[in-house]
Write a protein that binds this ligand. Sequence first.
Ligand code: ADP
Length: 247
Amino acid sequence: MESVILRCDEVTVDFDGFKAVQGMNLTLVKGELRFLIGPNGAGKTTMLDVICGKTKPASGKVTFGGGSVDITRKKEHQIAELGIGRKFQTPSIFASLTVSENFEIAMKQNRGVFAAMRAKMRAEDSDRIAAQLEMVGLAEKAHRRAGGLSHGEKQWLEIGMMLLQEPEILLLDEPVAGMTDNETEKTGELLQEIRKTQSVVVVEHDMEFVRNFASFVTVMHEGKLLKEGSMEDVQRDDRVAEVYLGK
Ligand code: ADP
């Protein structure tokens, strides 16, 4: 049986009387790569904010790990520690450090950033970092300054840094925005690789990317769930076509 790793029940978010999300339900199972799509202002980013604890819902419930932990009112750092990693559109990397130095810090971040800079590396840490560099395609750039990487490479660096903290769920907001076609393709392959060990939720506007890599899609509109299913099902839905795909 598929095991549920995240559940959002009847989540409503109210910004001074404006309901950005209204009674939204979302269930994620282990090892899933879920795309969250919908027109601008549909409430997608707000949902990611609710899951990672940045925004508190007015009502509803968010549970992590098959319903065992209620995270609705937990603080952002507590949710991160439980194993939900959030990546924003702008990468938070240390531009003046090398790629591998960034990874070293990420590896030890639970000790605090400055303690992490001073802490000694262990042999197993180096192996883990080498494997992660390989996975995100930055092995040959390990000694380059992070600030000098291409836009796509910076995104992969940050994804790699998040993975070193071993989250169970990764939340990504438009990871391929601004990427070249080649970088977009590589990112899709990377996400397929990541889902072998983690669950991933991706807010995405690039429909071609979604078509190529999505197995399951959730469509939001005006803060609500409009449709859920395979990309084929979703594309066939008249309401989706009307509000979103412009057909
Ligand atoms: P999406 O990611 O689907 O484009 P968002 O979740 O960013 O949509 O936004 C949903 C709606 O909530 C939008 O109308 C947006 O203007 C509004 N909104 C988002 N954040 C805030 C905020 N902090 N204060 C007030 N309104 C907000």
